[in-house]
Design a protein around this ligand. Structure first.
Ligand code: DGL
Length: 282
């Protein structure tokens, strides 16, 4: 495996750029290839079979680009396709990282009694977060809630309208089932964008001692990527300015415009019509 090879990162769209940004920040010499499957956005209300199919095809694309490690920067895809892709990559020796496990491990370390999870419909339906949390901490109480409209809200840029955003956060988080949570997992790669707003909601609505700690997958996953590259001797040793390539399966100017929200700066998206390719043997 070539140390100079890129890290491959994929998501249903542009949300995974929050994870890509954290990786680029922590590993400033690594080349990155990002693929956002904007043609099929959102994954959150697709069937598991459809998401598995999309994820496999995107993984093939990243392998063709010689990626040395692949990150599923989408909770929805990770919740239904991680095992499948892990098996798929087993003989190719390309490590696969998902956005769920590193966060779950971090939360379990805190030894809470009750943890909340918000994510897309599909992620919640799989039960992946409660199952993984309780596998590691059997007595842990969990409350998981699908909050898919938050994805649409962020993509439409409506989170800039604080009134709308606050009303939506309150709508979901005022659920009494969340009253005793000590930690809240943002189980969707779009949600780090509104992390401060969610924190503020709890600060306003709860006495200080009961404000839950909020977890997202950005820096935790970046740290995991670093550890895996280190242990497998795959870190890029060249002190270079890295090359970052961002592809989407369906290009629109609107997608390009909102990349700044997710990546911290505006980036160029290239259209790669993965779903329109002819069938070739190689
Ligand atoms: N970014 C996806 C995730 O983390 C959510 C967006 C979607 O539904 O495609 O689950």
């Amino acid at each position: 495996m070539n140390n100079n090879a890129p890290i491959g990162i994929f998501d249903s769209g542009v949300g995974g750029l929050t994870v890509a940004h954290a990786i680029a920040d922590l590993l400033p010499h690594e080349n990155i290839i990002y693929f956002g499957d904007t043609a099929h956005l959102p994954y959150g209300d697709k069937s598991a079979e459809a998401i598995q199919h999309y994820s496999t095809k995107i993984t093939d694309f990243l392998l063709q680009r010689q990626c040395k490690l692949i990150v599923i920067a989408c909770n929805t895809a990770a919740s239904v396709a991680f095992r499948l892709l892990k098996n798929y990559l087993a003989d190719k020796k390309v490590p696969l990282i998902n956005v769920i496990e590193p966060v779950v491990r971090e939360v379990v370390e805190a030894s809470f009694q009750h943890v909340g999870i918000i994510a897309t419909k599909r992620t919640i339906q799989t039960g992946i977060y409660p199952a993984t949390l309780q596998y590691l901490q059997p007595q842990l109480q969990t409350t998981a809630k699908a909050t898919h409209a938050l994805v649409t809200l962020i993509e439409e840029g409506l989170h800039h309208n604080k009134k709308v955003l606050e009303a939506m956060i309150e709508h979901y988080l005022s659920d009494p089932d969340f009253d005793t949570i000590e930690g809240l997992i943002l189980g969707c790669t779009h949600y780090p964008i509104i992390k401060q707003d969610i924190a503020r909601y709890f600060e306003v609505h709860r006495p200080n001692s009961l404000v839950p700690k909020i977890y997202d997958s950005t820096e935790t996953v970046a740290r995991r990527v670093k550890v895996v590259l280190e242990t497998q001797n795959l870190l890029n040793t060249q002190q270079q300015t890295p090359q970052h390539h961002f592809y989407v399966s369906d290009y629109t100017a609107a997608f390009e415009q909102i990349t700044a929200t997710f990546f911290g700066q505006k980036i160029n998206l290239a259209h790669f019509p993965i779903w329109e390719m002819p069938i070739l043997d190689n």
